[in-house]
Design a protein around this ligand. Structure first.
Ligand SMILES: [Cu+2]
Length: 166
């Protein structure tokens, strides 16, 4: 009887600790996402009439045809995203942390059978053989990533680095 009660207490304690760790994790994620919505450090959606430069990015064989980009502080870029694959991709701007959070979110959506289409202004989803545009006004200095967070694609190498200069 005594052993049983010790066992139950231990189980309860482990259960509580796990619950608390999970709650702390959720709070951390929730906070970082909230901060992201309030203000993105690397810029804001751009306006077509203020575009300084157009950069075409081809997506083929689960890869971008460009891995590295230098952009000036204050520059407005029109990204022309050309999907040559017969599979869905995306082009998302973000910090390494926000990209990682997006991957977790998209994996959950995929598991739940929900649409993975991104609706945030720093991201475009491109369906098979589709071409879309994303206009962004960059603020630096900062180093960010562009990435496709469709499950497995980032891991396959679908990402690149953007250096926003001073
Ligand atoms: Cu992809």
């Amino acid at each position: 009887m005594k052993i049983l009660s010790v066992f139950s207490t231990t189980t309860l304690f482990i259960g509580l600790s796990m619950g608390m760790a999970q709650a702390a994790e959720n709070m951390k994620m929730g906070n970082s996402m909230k901060m992201e919505e309030e203000k993105l450090t690397y810029g804001e959606p751009g306006i077509a009439s203020e575009v300084d430069r157009t950069i075409t990015v081809n997506l083929e064989d689960i890869a971008y045809d460009l891995k590295k980009l230098d952009i000036k502080n204050g520059e407005t870029i029109r990204f022309k995203i050309v999907n040559k694959d017969e599979t869905e991709h995306e082009f998302t701007l973000g910090t390494a942390e926000s990209q990682a959070a997006d991957r977790i979110k998209m994996a959950k959506q995929a598991d739940a059978g929900e649409s993975m289409a991104m609706t945030e202004p720093n991201s475009v989803s491109v369906g098979e053989l589709e071409t879309k545009e994303l206009i962004w006004k960059f603020a630096g200095p900062e180093t960010i990533e562009f990435a496709c967070n469709v499950p497995g694609h980032y891991e396959a190498g679908m990402s690149g680095v953007i250096t926003i200069l001073k």
